[in-house]
Design a protein around this ligand. Structure first.
Ligand SMILES: [Zn+2]
Length: 163
């Protein structure tokens, strides 16, 4: 039987078939959007979980780790942001992998989320700078590269000391 419902995404009142996702009613076009968003989130969360499994050499992630990550997502962090943060902490900063870290994963995420963002931003800038340098004539390239490299390294050292 057709029924009256309000789509939880576009807010339109409809009479007809409603589509249920997580106990919420949607019209058909919003249902398709919600499903594809859900799939994208699912893929991103899997990428994060796979990274954690690789780093800690485990097959199953403890429930409390999954719960703390979910909490961070609810607070507005993104799956990708958390994945990059974990990657930064262990594969860029080379912090020791301790089993206990799984208990305190949200502490690591919260402490390094912003720093990871800044790091990635800087990486992109360096990449862009290198790309634009490569376009200049060979003779000049050498000079520009040297000075910009030295400068960048200095900036980076400063940042570490500030911590
Ligand atoms: Zn709708």
């Amino acid at each position: 039987m057709y029924k009256k419902f309000t789509c939880q995404l576009c807010g339109v009142n409809k009479t007809g078939l409603s589509y249920l996702v997580d106990k919420k009613n949607y019209c058909y076009s919003c249902y398709e959007k919600v499903i594809s968003q859900k799939q994208a989130q699912e893929e991103k969360s899997q990428e994060l979980y796979n990274l954690i499994k690789d780093i800690f050499k485990i097959d199953i992630i403890p429930q409390f780790t999954i719960d703390s990550i979910s909490q961070e997502i609810k607070k507005g962090k993104t799956w990708n942001g958390i994945k990059e943060t974990i990657n930064y902490y262990y594969n860029v900063k080379y912090y020791e992998v301790k089993e206990n870290d799984l208990l305190y994963i949200s502490t690591i995420i919260n402490r390094y989320y912003e720093e990871t963002y800044q790091y990635l931003k800087k990486q992109k800038e360096v990449q862009k700078a290198n790309e634009s340098v490569d376009l200049t004539p060979v003779k000049r390239t050498v000079n520009v590269r040297k000075s910009s490299l030295v400068k960048k390294q200095k900036d980076f050292n400063y940042k570490i000391e500030d911590l």
